[in-house]
Every structure is written in C-alpha cells, then in structure tokens.
Design a protein around this ligand. Structure first.
Ligand code: MG
Length: 433
C-alpha cells in the first residue's frame, strides 16, 4: 500500500483518512519539530487539520496554524519552519481531502522523505511523547500578507486593467482578488465564495472554465484567471474569452520572466524548444520540476498550470502566476502573445497493455529509427521533426501514446507507426506466454 502519490496523499474524506491524518502528524512531528500548517476551503479541512495537529503535538512537535491559505502561501511561510503541512486534495472534488508536505525552500517532500513518513505510518513505528514533553500549538498570523507582499515587490502597482478571477471556490478566493486590486486592477470575481462547495470542476481546464470565458467577454476584461482548489495552479483566458493552452502559457510565461535556464516535463510541446533557451526536461509531475530546479534554473513549469518561480519559492505558485499574467495583459493583448507561439499538431491515445513488456517494446520501437531514446518516464523517442512518448498508465492497464510533429501528416504518421509497433509487440508477448 502506498499513501503518497507524486503530489501528496489524496482520498475521499472518511474515518480512515482522518485516522491516517493523525498518524501522519505523529510521524512528521518525530522528524520535524517545528511545523506550520494550513488548509484549503474544503468542509472537512478543519477536521483533517486538527487530526494532523493532534498527532504533531502528541509526538512532541510544535505547530503554528496559518488558517485557510493557498498551497503556495503555506509553502512560502514554511521558510521559517522545519516543514509545512498543507491540508488539500488539490483539484479533486470537494468530498476528497489529503495532505501535501513541504520543505522550507517550498519544494514538496521528495520520494525519500515521503517514504520515511509512509514507512512510519504503515508500520505504526511512532510513539507519543512523554506527558511532560508534548508540543503546543498556536496561530500563525500574516501568512497571506507576507506572501502577497513578496509578490507585489516584483510588479508595477498601476496595472489599470479589468480582470476576472475564477477561484473555483478554492483557497485563492480572497487572496488573488486582493493581490490584483493592490496591483491596481479592477477585479470581477467569479466563484470566489470560499465555502468548501466547489461550484465548478476544480481543475483549471477549458471544459471547466466556460463561465469564465463568457464573463471575460461580457465585462471587457483584459484577462481571466482561474485556479484549482489549492491555487498552486493558474490558467488564463485571453481578452477575446479564449482559453490559453498550457503549452502556450509555458512559452508566454518563460518569455515574461526572461527565462534563460528552465525546467519542464518531457511531455511539453516542442514549441518551447524554439525559444532558444537552455531547457531540462523531467518526468511528468510538477514535483519533479521543482526537484530539478534545486540544481538551478530561473523558471519551471508543467502544462497542467503549475508554474514555478524559483526567485520566490520552489512550490508551483498560482498566486504569483496570476500577478505575472495580469502584468503582461496590462502591456499586451494576450491573444497576440498566444498567437505568436507556434502550435504543433499533437495526437494522444491509449491502447491495452496486455502482453506488453516494456523492454521488448523499447527494442521493437527502435525500428522507427529515432535519433535518441530516453527513459526518464516511459519511453521517449525523439526524431528530427517530432517525438513520441509511450508510457504505462498509472491507474489503468493501458499504454498511453503521445505524438507531436511539425506537420499534422507527420504527427499522424508517427502515432500510427507507434501503434502498429505496440500491437505487434503485444501480439508476440501474448504468443510467448
Ligand atoms: Mg493543486
């Protein structure tokens, strides 16, 4: 059994999750004696938070409660503590909850740290402190003020544009509108009631943001900004009410921050390669981008909407990203910036993994004559005019295929050829068994 995925622990809120939260508190408190904690707006947030706090204090740790705050705000505040605990299930529906753990530099706990906590929880190898050594909790004032202040110092304060903010009822419901008002924007709020009942799908994808697109058009705003439940993500809508894709946003933000040395995931479009930057690519998941940025780099991003600005923190920061996109929209038409980013044809699909053996499949895929092959995450094949990514699904018995190329014809050709090799490889695997 694994408690933590690549981005913390998430599950439906029930008595098991609550009991696990208490044990996570006991395990974390044994190793990190001074903790800051916060939660997003979920209705189960307080119950979860107090379960973790109870474990922390019983283990002998001290804990400060920062209240309701976005994940990047908690991660920013963690710089004064040994670790930060965030109660959130990110963009999962409101009936879910979970825990993300952060280091003082804003990065998520890495796999070794997560495994240490997980091992203690699963083996129940923790204990409560002696009665005279239990910890104390207190209230941490000013987490949001400190984060907002740090962001404000990077931008001009007279943006003078209209902005629509759709926080999806999540943790940024009050923070992002307040930040943008301080930057001189006229803010129209949408889904900014932090009552724990998300009025739209929490993930900031186009299908969940139709109301935002309409509101931008109707109000004549220069930009529409959307977050997920814990606001580590930010996506935007241009002044025409059109959703800006993650790949286009990656290029726009990289240029806006003047990135020279950046990190993204290996499934991001090759459009970013056209910018002439030094780019390192990691496994899919923003925690891997964050981890790689510890070695250096001035910007990182995953096209799901997670943007990392190392100058402020190694946590994806949807609040900082909101200020950045508003500052851009004050100077430019976002639709023109978006149109300037090349969009290459991309095909995605999946096929049953029955009979497939990845080592044999990799050998078989060499028949497509790639110029290089990588194994950071599944099998990545690079060609002079495109790439293929073949990786097993983490949740279903399927293989996922992504193909991108400079022309639609070539992208389709790569996708179909890859599918053909996979089918043949699976066939020979089934026969061999
Ligand atoms: Mg999130």
């Amino acid at each position: 059994m694994k408690l933590f995925g690549s981005s913390g622990m998430r599950a439906l809120f029930n008595k098991e999750l609550l009991a696990t939260a208490f044990r996570v508190g006991l395990a974390v408190g044994r190793n990190y004696p001074n903790i800051i904690i916060a939660g997003d707006t979920r209705t189960s947030g307080d119950a979860m938070k107090h379960a973790v706090i109870s474990g922390l204090l019983a283990s002998g740790a001290y804990c400060q409660d920062a209240g309701v705050a976005p994940t990047p705000t908690l991660a920013y505040a963690a710089r004064e503590f040994d670790a930060g605990v965030m109660i959130t299930a990110s963009h999962n529906p409101p009936e879910y909850n979970g825990i993300k753990l952060f280091n003082p530099d804003g990065s998520s706990f890495n796999s070794a740290q997560q495994e240490m906590v997980e091992g203690m929880v699963l083996a129940e190898s923790y204990d409560v402190a002696d009665w005279e050594k239990t910890g104390r909790s207190g209230v941490f004032q000013g987490a949001i003020e400190n984060h907002v202040k740090a962001i404000l110092s990077n931008f001009p304060s007279h943006l003078n544009i209209r902005v629509v903010v759709d926080a999806g009822g999540g943790a940024a419901s009050e923070v992002t509108p307040r930040l943008l008002e301080e930057l001189g924007c006229k803010v129209v709020t949408l889904n900014c009631r932090p009552d724990g009942f998300f009025p739209r799908g929490s993930e900031p994808v186009a299908s969940n943001l139709k109301e935002l697109c309409n509101s931008v058009k109707e109000s004549g705003a220069a930009v529409g900004i959307a977050h997920d439940g814990d606001a580590d993500r930010m996506m935007a809508v241009d002044e025409k009410g059109l959703f800006i894709s993650g790949d286009v946003m990656l290029a726009i933000l990289a240029k806006a921050v003047g990135a020279r040395d950046m990190v993204t995931t290996l499934d991001a479009s090759m459009a970013i390669d056209d910018m002439g930057l030094n780019i390192r690519r990691t496994k899919i998941g923003d925690t891997f981008v964050s981890e790689e940025l510890k070695k250096g780099g001035d910007f990182g991003g995953e096209t799901s909407g997670a943007w990392i600005f190392p100058a402020i923190s190694l946590c994806p920061d949807g609040i900082y990203a909101a200020a950045q996109i508003a500052a851009l929209a004050a100077e430019n038409k976002l639709s023109e910036l978006a149109d300037a980013v090349p969009v290459y044809p991309l095909f995605r699909g999946s096929i049953s993994s029955k009979g497939l053996e990845m080592r044999r499949l990799q050998a078989d895929l060499l028949s497509l004559k790639p110029v290089s092959v990588g194994n950071a995450d599944g099998i990545k094949l690079d060609f002079n005019d495109g790439w293929l990514l073949v990786r097993p699904s983490g949740t279903e018995p399927k293989i996922r295929i992504t193909a991108e190329a400079k022309t639609e014809l070539r992208a389709r050709e790569l996708f179909d050829a890859c599918l053909g090799v996979i089918e043949k490889s699976a066939d020979s695997g089934v026969k061999a068994n």
